[in-house]
Structures are given as C-alpha cells and as structure tokens.
Design a protein around this ligand. Structure first.
Ligand SMILES: C[S@@+](CC[C@H](N)C(=O)[O-])C[C@H]1O[C@@H](n2cnc3c(N)ncnc32)[C@H](O)[C@@H]1O
Length: 185
C-alpha cells in the first residue's frame, strides 16, 4: 500500500505540500472569516510578537494541525504537551467549526496557567480542557473515541503514550507526533 492509498495520510501529505510548498502559503498571515476567528488569531499574533516561546509549534505547524482537525471533522482531539496553548488555539479554530472539543495535558503549572489565560482571551476556553500533572499518569482518565491525537511532550515518552492511547484512537483517524512522522491508527 502506498502513502497515497491511506486516505488520512494522503490528506495530511497534501496539506503539508500546500502549506510548506514553494509558495510558502503556511507563512502568510492567517485571515479571519469571523469575529470569533479574529479574536483567536489576535491572541496567537500577540504571543508570537512577544518573542517568548515555550517550545510552541511554529505557525505553519499550527495551521497544519488546524487543517487536519477541520478537514477530518474531528470531534475529540487530545494533545499531550499544552505548553502555553499556541497549538491549542490553532486546534480551537478548527473545533469552532467542527463542534468538537480538545483535552490537553501539561505538567508545568506555570505554562498551564498561561495557556488557560490565552484560551479565555481567545474565546476558546469552553472548547478546551487542560489536565494538569504528569500525562503518563493523567491519561488513564481518557476515554475514547479519539479522532486526533497530537503528541508534543517528552519524546522518550511517546512510546508509552502510543501504547496506551491506541486504542482509544478511532481506527482510521490520525496520530500526529510533532517533529516525527504521521501514522494512521
Ligand atoms: C513542545 S512543548 C508543547 C508545545 C505546545 N504543543 C504548543 O505548540 O504550544 C512540550 C510541553 O510538554 C510538557 N511536558 C513534558 N513532559 C510532560 C509530561 N510527562 N506530562 C505532561 N506534560 C509534559 C512540557 O512542560 C512542555 O510545556
């Protein structure tokens, strides 16, 4: 079976090509189509301009996540590694459209507090639940089905997260491990 024959991977690959291709569309400013989107993008822009980075995804990766979640109509998204919530806000843009929810895990209380404030100011706090603590322990509270799993925390821990969360990731849905590769459940 080729990469293109796996529907979700084919979709992900096309999205990467569009955003990261020669036209560098992923680096162009994101345009809001509603007041709600404008609010989220303003908080993302402010966080970017502050120059403070807490290992957050770059905008092009955030946009990729958003497109993947939105294009697949994701209802339940799980993120391991909230940091200050930038990827969470990109996912929030998708979930405003799909009607879905994000559960995100973070073990640094300071970063979790900043993420919570970002989500409130961006107006996506009702879509996102932050679970604080060591995700290797707290993920035991997770229930499926999960439509999109985004791993972006301790890399040596990815094998543990995968072993324990596959299932409940729905067969045929996406697991995205940041700075690694995309696989289909
Ligand atoms: C790369 S950053 C996440 C960036 C975030 N996804 C974003 O783009 O805004 C990784 C985060 O995972 C958190 N982390 C690392 N190990 C963890 C664990 N065992 N449980 C929960 N969070 C963890 C770190 O504190 C850090 O904030």
């Amino acid at each position: 079976m080729t990469f293109q024959q796996i529907p979700m991977l084919g979709l992900a690959r096309r999205i990467f090509r569009v955003l990261r291709g020669p036209n560098r569309l992923g680096e162009a400013p994101a345009l809001a189509v509603s007041e709600a989107e404008r609010r989220v993008l303003a908080v993302l822009d402010e966080a970017r301009r502050s120059g403070n980075t807490y290992r957050n995804v770059p905008a092009v990766d955030g946009r990729t996540l958003r497109l993947l979640a939105e294009a697949t109509g994701a209802q339940k998204v799980v993120e391991i590694g909230t940091s200050t919530g930038l990827s969470g806000m990109w996912l929030g843009l998708a979930l405003m459209r799909t009607g879905g929810k994000l559960i995100t895990f973070e073990n640094d209380p300071g970063r979790a507090a900043v993420a919570r404030a970002h989500f409130q100011r961006a107006g996506v706090d009702s879509l996102i639940t932050i679970v604080e603590g060591d995700a290797h322990e707290t993920i035991s509270s997770l229930e499926g089905p999960i439509d999109l799993l985004f791993l972006d925390a301790d890399k040596p821990g990815y094998a543990d997260y995968l072993t324990r969360l596959l299932p409940p990731v729905t067969p045929g849905r996406l697991i995205h491990a940041h700075n690694m590769n995309l696989v289909q459940a």
